[in-house]
Write a protein that binds this ligand. Structure first.
Ligand SMILES: C[S@@+](CC[C@H](N)C(=O)[O-])C[C@H]1O[C@@H](n2cnc3c(N)ncnc32)[C@H](O)[C@@H]1O
Ligand code: SF4
Length: 381
């Protein structure tokens, strides 16, 4: 299998942020050793029928907070991956880390184990915004963690930022961006704060105790991000992602290009043999399945032609490279292609069409979801 990737979900955090709906347990560090053993068994179970070791291009250890792992625990996982996969030509090995919770010595050890990219959940460099997000690290801890990562030898670092936080002014957001640019990371992800169901934030908004910013100010902050970051030399290569030249996140690119992905850990999502599958989002159920030598898969979805078409439209529109026209012409019915061509003409105010690609222009990018829906309606068997 060419160009496959691996995602590993580490479901532990020191505390729970009010806005986060990713699966993670708090104050459960005592479970990590057992979890790592189960994760290793899950990798063995997944690969036991393989005759050759699948070739892996990228690994992403996400969470939760993978920087809570000890070097020994991470080494155990990597040894297990190495036993079951061919990682000789690994292009990128990312680990997510929380600022203020990642000592420089551990950073050095992780680097010597093969991690070559760090993704820091900075979120903001304004102490008031951090407090409103219920983050427990300060601006100065973010900066010192970042500088320590440089000292430890990491030359590929991402910083995650969140905008659209209650009480955050556009000037606060501009300052966040300026402060981050001063740090000079290779990659920046800037997400608009989403109110997810089953989070504390959702309940607080519903009860009227927190008021979310309106759509207009969200759009303003998105435009501020695009302008400030592109002026600073970052390429806006995907709706929420900006990078220096040649420093795109290859792992995410694998996902957007619909390449295969092995997924390990509770709540992780994988994509193998044209099937999307996802693991149970409960550590007890996860451990129980594996201890019975069963994969902890909650469910799977075999993609129909229409599902695949929709994924190509959604992912293509997110990317600066756009939707490859040949792909629609060659892989779908002539009716679908005719519909697609007509729709792109109708939507000329929001998209750019060149000889090979269809992509969103600066107005279209603000309403990407609407344009996706319009183009998805072109599918015809
Ligand atoms: C699941 S977190 C894991 C990384 C790490 N634990 C952290 O918090 O920094 C990955 C990223 O998702 C983003 N994120 C999580 N929940 C979000 C939400 N409700 N809205 C926008 N971004 C969110 C944050 O920027 C975060 O850094
Ligand atoms: S945002 Fe990160 S640190 Fe906060 S709860 Fe989610 S995974 Fe944990």
């Amino acid at each position: 299998m060419e160009n496959a990737s691996i995602y590993i979900h580490i479901p532990f955090c020191s505390d729970k942020c009010i806005y986060c709906d990713f699966y993670s347990l708090t104050k459960s560090e005592h479970l990590i050793d057992d979890f790592v053993s189960m994760l290793c068994t899950e990798i063995d179970l997944t690969c036991k029928k393989n005759e050759t070791k699948p070739l892996i291009k990228t690994i992403f250890v996400g969470g939760g907070t993978p920087s809570l792992l000890t070097s020994k625990q991470l080494e155990k996982i990597i040894k297990k991956i190495n036993k079951n996969f061919n990682i000789d030509n690994l292009k990128e090995f990312t680990l997510e880390a929380n600022p203020g919770e990642f000592e420089i010595n551990k950073m050095k050890e992780f680097k010597s184990l093969g991690i070559n990219r760090l993704s820091f959940g900075v979120q903001s460099l304004n102490d008031k915004t951090l407090k409103n997000l219920t983050r427990w690290h300060s601006k100065s801890e973010c900066i010192s963690s970042f500088n320590n990562a440089r000292k430890a030898g990491f030359c590929n670092i991402n910083i995650d930022l969140i905008f659209g936080v209650p009480q955050q002014l556009n000037t606060d957001w501009k300052n966040d961006l300026k402060e981050v640019i001063k740090l000079n990371p290779e990659h920046i992800s800037a997400y608009s704060l989403t109110v997810e169901r089953k989070t504390k934030l959702y309940n607080l908004v519903k009860a009227g105790r927190i008021v979310m910013p309106d759509e207009e100010s969200d759009i303003e902050k998105f435009q501020t991000a695009i302008q400030t970051l592109t002026e600073a030399g970052y390429q806006h290569y995907e709706i929420s992602n900006y990078s220096k030249f040649n420093r795109e996140c290859y792992h995410n690119m694998q996902h957007w290009h619909r390449n295969p992905c092995y997924a390990f850990g509770p709540s992780s999502h994988g994509f193998l043999n044209s099937k999307r599958y996802w693991n149970v989002s409960n550590i007890k159920d996860y451990m129980k399945s594996i201890s019975l030598n069963e994969l902890p898969i909650e469910n799977e979805e075999i993609l129909t032609n229409e599902n695949i078409f929709n994924e190509i439209i959604i992912n293509g529109l997110r990317l600066r490279t756009g939707i490859v026209i040949n792909k629609i012409q060659n892989d779908y019915s002539s009716k679908t292609f005719q519909n697609f061509k007509k729709k792109t003409l109708d939507l000329h105010k929001y998209i750019e069409v060149d000889e090979s690609c269809v992509k969103l222009n600066k107005d279209g990018i603000m309403i990407a979801d609407q344009i996706s829906l319009e183009l998805m309606s072109c599918f015809n068997e």
